[in-house]
Design a protein around this ligand. Sequence first.
Ligand code: GAP
Length: 444
Amino acid sequence: MDEKERLLQDLVSLAKRRGFIYQGSEIYGGLAGIYDYGPLGVELRHNIKQYFWDSFIRDREDVYGMSAAILMPERVWEASGHTEGLTDPLVECKRCNERVRADQQEAIADHEKKHKKEKVEWTDPRVFNLLVETHLGASKKSASKVYLRGEITQGVHVNFKNIIDSMHPKLPFGIGQIGKAFRNEITPRDFLFRQREFEQMELQYYIRPEEKEGRTQFEYWKKFSLDWYYGLGFKKESLRLRQHAEDERAHYAKDAWDIEYHTPFAGWKEAWGIHHRGDWDLRRHSEFSKVDLSYRDETTGEKFIPWDIECSGGVDRAVLFALLEAYTEDKLGGEKRVYLKLSPRIAPVKAAVFPLLRNKETLVKKARGIYENLKKEIPGVMWDDNGNIGKRYRRQDEIGTPFCITIDFDTLEDDTVTVRDRDTGAQTRVKTGELASYLSEHMV
Ligand code: GAP
């Protein structure tokens, strides 16, 4: 294993050891491309989703939130083009019949390594659809076939008329949602990067079908998305925007850009997409459902199918990239340590409160009072009295807690506590009455 792969492996073991992420159904041997989130992982993921929900939906007057169902009929996916378009080219190994993606050189090389010195021959590429299908009801006839959604987008487009009729929005306006998507990826790989069940956070922003407006809005949402991603705590040089080449674009896209993250294990990788979907989805759903999905401008009386500018991010990729960015090895007080330099905005625990000694009743009582008060003001405060102070610091560093607060014998005298900063190890005495405002100020 080379140095780059080691870093990913170290992160995978930290994520498991500290309760962030586990292999799905692990005690049964695991399921490839499926992961479960533990107590700290679910908080980290929740904080990322909350930040998306606030920035893209709740804080804006022109965007509505919604939550569509995962199961949708086959006709939806025929209309959206995914039964034809969400495909990968596959080649099959003539020795063992395993299939890998024809367009992924690393998957082909990995497979050839398995056969060591034997020469591997491959079939010609064949097209494979990634949609995950199932059946509803007692019969397995084709009428009962449904798909687990391959992207969350279609749940928004099929509700376009419902939103118009119930909320009466004026263009331009957006509809955002967060939810699970499923793809039968042939070579799930690189931990959370390519999974078969994953979560997406998306905005569909509907605009007038005009080239100039399309360009302006597209540029606006590119910048908005990139600024939002930096807000997760990335360094300037860790992210970039890249335009898709024409032959790389999805079937629905007039133009497409990715926000990419520079991974230590495989260079630049897609984190988020901004897609100019034109009128593709609404036009196709109008044709296939026979329900008119055009928009009527009440002032001018004009009727037209709006265009859609889409922002689409993987929640799990944001979790993975935020963890990779935060993973830090350094020396503190002459000792080697590993810690997560997570932005306080997304850290699963914002501050941990400790009594210096767990068996000194006066200290524990005082510390519990401070803890109870603080957690009313700052969500995500944790109680920790396990092991000695040094061990508690190491554990909190490893899960990325920005601040540790120790209640010691001086606290009983002067009502001050020690606040230790995760990144520098610096310790400051702060009055208990000023603790919440001190933390809020330093949590930017
Ligand atoms: N609605 C547009 C759409 O789904 P996409 O580029 O296929 O576009 C959007 O997916 C985002 O979803 C990607 O940028 C990525 O972050 C995430 N994503 C896609 N496939 C994924 C997978 N197999 N595992 C984890 N995340 C994935």
